[in-house]
Design a protein around this ligand. Structure first.
Ligand code: GRF
Length: 195
């Protein structure tokens, strides 16, 4: 059974969706939920599910590399086969990415290659896009530009705000990420395309 480590920065709703799907599908199991912020609400949710957790506060380290060394030590101790970035808001150095390349996934709240980086919903609204959505991709040294493993689309509706669009996309994230993890855990990199 594949061992999955999940990295979060916030509430961990994507982490919960992944954990629930692994429990239901039995195709993998979570071996760690780690956060770069001790205040991340997802840590308590993971602990309540008896998943090992770790909080590595990036502000406690003098350099990005020192933070990542501490994070990698915690990750490697759990011997994960797959890493899932789930609402993880730190940019990772090429050195860290190289360590896990080919087995590290991320979910991004836009239809990549459109809108890499931040404020994706505001940018889609400003552009007058008719559709928005989310993408799961392999993490490579190019930010938000690795091979796409899945996408889900949502309509942009009249009167949408960043908040209403973000909520609609987040619902699809919780469907897409587990579907991609199932395939990826089975060694299948065929993209999952949700209508
Ligand atoms: C959300 O904005 C989501 O679009 C992105 O990360 C943020 C927090 O997600 N992937 P989560 O609830 O912490 O999983």
């Amino acid at each position: 059974m594949k061992r999955v480590a999940i990295l979060i920065s916030g509430g961990g709703s994507n982490m919960l969706a992944l954990v629930r799907d692994m429990a239901e599908g039995g195709y993998a199991r979570p071996v760690l939920v780690a956060a770069n912020d001790p205040r991340a609400g997802g840590l308590a949710k993971a602990a309540a599910l008896d998943i090992p957790t770790a909080a590595i506060d990036h502000r406690a380290y003098p350099t990005r590399e020192a933070f990542e060394a501490a994070l990698a030590e915690k990750i490697d101790a759990t011997r994960p086969d797959i890493l899932c970035l789930a609402g993880f808001m730190r940019i990772l150095t090429p050195g860290f990415i190289h360590r896990y390349e080919g087995r590290m996934l991320n979910i991004h709240p836009s239809l990549l290659p459109k809108y890499p980086g931040l404020h994706t919903h505001a940018r889609a609204l400003a552009a007058g896009d008719a559709q928005a959505g989310c993408t799961v991709h392999e993490v490579t040294a190019d930010l938000d530009a690795g091979p796409i493993l899945g996408q889900a689309r949502v309509p942009v509706l009249p009167g949408d705000t960043q908040e209403t669009l973000a909520a609609r996309v987040l619902t699809q994230e919780h469907r897409l990420y587990p579907a991609v993890l199932r395939r990826f855990a089975a060694g299948d990199r065929t993209p999952v395309l949700l209508p």
